[in-house]
Ligand binder design. Structure first.
Ligand SMILES: [Mn+2]
Length: 247
């Protein structure tokens, strides 16, 4: 007789950092989205030793890279574009190796906002450093809404035949938007799954690993109002269960 329940996947969350307040932070929307769909969130700390980082990675079944500040442009071979560009040395130093280790271990990865950016850069892509200045599309959106959802967001067009069309079952959906940077060159192996109507990349995934994906909007903030955002978490946890190794 056994009363052991099946183990739930442990989701390593790469948190935000507020050095001025000596705090690491994660919005409840992320942890609650994971819990709702059957995972256990575990928040990383800012250890520096690569072997220590690896030990944390080994403990997790999947990884969530959350929103926050810019990515250091030196990581994709560019100089700082202007004074609006402001990155976290600590987050870059932790998240880059975690992306690479998670890929090596073939575990699911989800990125949100800064998350899509650090995943793209860590695997060879580049960014627009200051989107309001560099987005010269005639119909350029404001990607930093100042009012709540749904008033302040923008539409995204879902790419036909993509993972996101499969998940959402729609051609277009309205998302929130709070990002200073966005994807320029897409890292090798990734496919775009959604664009803003101004052409800005709003979602990517790997065709041969559909459990590695990321979005530019903030699904954790609108899960309860926006079905597609909840489906992002649902898909992530489904992948985490499927890829979870027995141990
Ligand atoms: Mn946007």
């Amino acid at each position: 007789m056994s009363n052991e329940r099946k183990r739930k996947p442990i989701i390593g969350i790469l948190p935000s950092l507020e050095p001025s307040n000596k705090m690491t932070k994660v919005n409840y929307g992320y942890t609650n989205g994971i819990i709702k769909h059957g995972g256990i969130p575990m928040i990383f700390t800012f250890v520096e030793d690569e072997a220590d980082i690896k030990q944390m990675v080994d403990m997790c079944d999947a990884f969530l890279f959350v929103g926050g500040v810019d990515v250091n442009p030196a990581l994709y071979g560019e100089e700082k574009f202007n004074d609006t560009v402001d990155w976290s040395i600590e987050r870059d130093a932790l998240e880059r190796p975690v992306v690479k280790m998670a890929m090596e271990q073939d575990k699911p990865i989800m990125g949100v906002c800064r998350g899509i950016q650090i995943i793209n850069v860590s695997l060879g892509g580049t960014l627009y450093q200051d989107l309001p200045v560099q987005n010269t599309a005639p119909n350029a959106h404001v990607h930093s809404q100042t009012v709540g959802y749904p008033e302040g967001g923008h539409n995204i067009n879902i790419v036909k035949g993509s993972l996101f069309e499969e998940l959402f079952g729609v051609e277009k959906t309205y998302v929130n938007t709070y990002h200073h940077q966005s994807l320029k060159d897409i890292a090798p192996g990734f496919t775009v799954g959604a664009y803003g109507e101004d052409g800005i990349v709003e979602a990517i995934y790997m065709k041969d690993r559909p459990y590695v994906f990321a979005v530019q909007w903030h699904p954790e903030l609108i899960r309860e109002q926006h079905d597609c955002s909840d489906k992002v978490f649902e898909h992530f946890m489904k992948c985490a269960y499927e890829k979870m190794q027995d141990r």
